[in-house]
Write a protein that binds this ligand. Sequence first.
Ligand code: NAP
Ligand code: ZN
Length: 378
Amino acid sequence: MGSKSPETEHPVKALGYAARDTSGVLSPINFSRRETGDEDVRFKVLYCGVCHSDLHSVRNEWHNAKYPMIPGHEIVGVVTEVGSKVKKVKVGDKVGVGCMVGCCHSCDQCGADQEQYCPKMVQTYNDSSMVTYGGYSDHMVANEHFIVTWPKDYPLDGGAPLLCAGITVYSPIRYYGLDKPGMHVGVVGLGGLGHVAVKFLKALGVKVTVISTSPEKKEEAINTFGADSFLVSRDQAQMQSGVGSMDGIIDTVSADHPLVPLIALLKPNGKLVLVGGPTKPYELPAFPLLFGRKMVGGSLIGGIKETQEMIEFAAKHNITAAIELIPIEYINTAMERLAKTDVRYRFVIDIGTYKVVSKIGRREEISFENKRNKKINF
Ligand code: NAP
Ligand code: ZN
């Protein structure tokens, strides 16, 4: 290994789970993180959500993977060290980091608190311009600008997924004006993003219809998340019943699917907002848009200011993700299940139950110790 190996690049030792190739299989890795700079916040990771973007990324479905890749951008934990200039938080505070850890701070987008659209935005992991490692790891260090402060008494585990899933739906609901009481908005795909979208829309007084390929999710969509109705997208009669009824649609689907049946659900002037990232281009004929002056738009996560606003809104309205808490060694099974839409509704890795075992020989360097008295050697 050269001097720039993940393990020796920086002075502070770290442990994580990394994918090494397009199989996407994750396994333990020794790596390193930078020292705490003047404006940096270092924190012990307690929980990290498993986003479908992690799955797309580790399997190189977006053709931009850099290996080894340590995914994870729904990261929460407790501050262990702060730099001398840090004002936002102190040691012991609960904090989160989402999808971004850097930006230029001087372009129009940064000036408008839309760092996610800064040309120099740095992603929390698998960044194109520099090496970054995400939250499937024992600790994080990030510039305080990208630290989200945690609302008092807001759950860390159920709240973690909001750092990506939450802001990704909250931001377009606000930007595209789909937040007015009495509006009717469709949510396509009842997964990690989709179920949180239903909760936000209901808290805003919006009428919500879930559009799903999974009829078995209807009961939970309506009785647990508060949706008003449910359409099975592969049932033409059900889809017909919704034609021309919606002011907007948030499409969170992770796989290829037709847009025209969704555009048909919109009223004139309706907006179809894409937030999912399927790998193939959509088919988008003009006439379904022309007849009705309809719009198709997109949206990427949200800025840090809006993320802070979103998490406070979520805490105020008791909105958390419905989660399945998993130990880190379950991650490959979790990824397989996520690929099959077999999760209700977000996996969250319980990283804080592990502590790094003291170094005794090389093998021990890649060990976590489960505080529930189960020692795991890799
Ligand atoms: P997820 O939990 O897997 O949910 C996706 C949902 O899409 C599934 O639960 C399923 O819902 C539906 N679906 C799956 N396969 C389908 C198919 N073949 N046809 C129709 N519907 C299908 O994923 P997620 O974490 O919510 O992420 C969703 C997408 O958003 C991913 O592509 C992810 O990369 C992307 N994303 C984008 C941003 C952004 O900033 N824009 C941020 C985060 C994630 P039903 O069972 O209800 O049909
Ligand atoms: Zn994500």
